[in-house]
Design a protein around this ligand. Structure first.
Ligand SMILES: [Zn+2]
Length: 329
């Protein structure tokens, strides 16, 4: 039995959209506390994802919320659910709290942000996020913002680096103890994070471009640089990130492809770089692992492929916990 840390899910937006008031049991979601408990989750990162404005204020959520309101509702949903279920899960802001929760037999929840646009070029907004409990921020989603530029099929955008504010903000996040998350960022932005960060950083939910050519994935050079910085990437279960041979919007998120991805990334970056970033509730299609209680299937498959217990333990939790210990406070 392996306990695991999942660095990314979009369950909070799902909960806000469905006007849910308790994350314990959510039949319309892939993740809820009940299935996390059944699946031996050690720690789940819960992202507040800010969808593109035009969608977010329109048909996507249909809620007409400002970013501030969405942040308040999504983080409020997490906090009130944690209050109700403190017998099984507690908030965590650093390594020590995760370990304390674990020793009390409890799971941990870490609040994160996907798309830092609400920061809006103001360093004090990072203080605000920190004080609200946020401990990882994906600098961009698929649009440019005050930090930098997104992953793109347009090489001009893809090669753009961080803004001046973005470079300073990375170091400020290092000082505060908020993890810098490069998933969704442009390649140029990634290389600027490598250059400017003082701490190990993460790609919470990104795979390898050499295995599946999606632009959201990382090149082998990026994987090596992330490893050299002591960072970690979370294996994303999204179908086109795992396997680019299916026609769009088809195929299966297969465990076999996850294992192939993990093998490649550890061959390129070493065994200290792989973690988990399921992206559940943010991805669709046919998923062999579509909820936390199925995670054991991945660990079983790794075991069959010859990964040792020590290596699987690192992939499941050890590698991410190492980065949390170094970069989150
Ligand atoms: Zn994402």
């Amino acid at each position: 039995m392996y306990e695991y840390v999942d660095m990314h899910c979009d369950t909070l937006l799902n909960g806000v959209m469905n006007r849910s008031n308790d994350l314990y049991e959510m039949p319309g979601s892939m993740i809820d506390f009940q299935r996390m408990k059944a699946g031996h989750t050690l720690c789940q990162f819960f992202a507040v994802f800010f969808p593109p404005k035009e969608l977010h204020e329109g048909q996507h959520t249909g809620l007409g919320l400002t970013d501030e309101e969405l942040f308040r509702q999504a983080s409020g949903l997490l906090n009130s659910s944690l209050n109700k279920h403190e017998d099984i899960i507690m908030p965590a802001h650093n390594y020590k709290e995760i370990m304390t929760n674990k020793s009390n037999g409890k799971m941990s929840a870490v609040l994160t942000v996907e798309d830092g646009r609400m920061v809006d070029g103001k360093m004090e907004m990072l203080d605000m996020f920190y004080s609200q409990g946020v401990r990882a921020i994906a600098l961009t989603w698929n649009f440019s913002n005050c930090f930098g530029y997104p992953n793109s099929s347009d090489p001009e955008i893809m090669n753009k680096g961080l803004t001046k504010f973005g470079k300073e903000a990375v170091q400020y996040m290092n000082d505060l103890g908020i993890l810098v998350d490069v998933s969704h960022l442009s390649d140029g932005g990634f290389w600027d994070v490598v250059k400017y960060t003082k701490k190990p950083f993460v790609a919470t939910h990104s795979d390898a471009r050499a295995v599946s050519s999606n632009q959201r994935n990382m090149t082998d050079d990026m994987i090596k640089a992330l490893a050299e910085k002591g960072g970690v990437t979370g294996i994303n279960f999204c179908i086109p990130f795992l396997n680019d041979t299916y026609p769009p919007h088809s195929g299966t998120s297969r465990i076999e492809d996850m294992v192939r991805m993990i093998k490649h990334i550890s061959n390129v970056g070493g065994e200290d770089i792989v973690g988990i970033g399921t992206d559940l509730d943010g991805i669709g299609g046919d998923l062999e692992i579509g909820s936390p209680d199925k995670m054991y299937l991945l660990f079983d498959a790794l075991e069959k492929e010859g990964f040792t217990e020590r290596q699987i333990e690192k992939i499941a939790s050890g590698n991410v916990l190492r980065v949390i210990k170094e970069s989150m406070k």
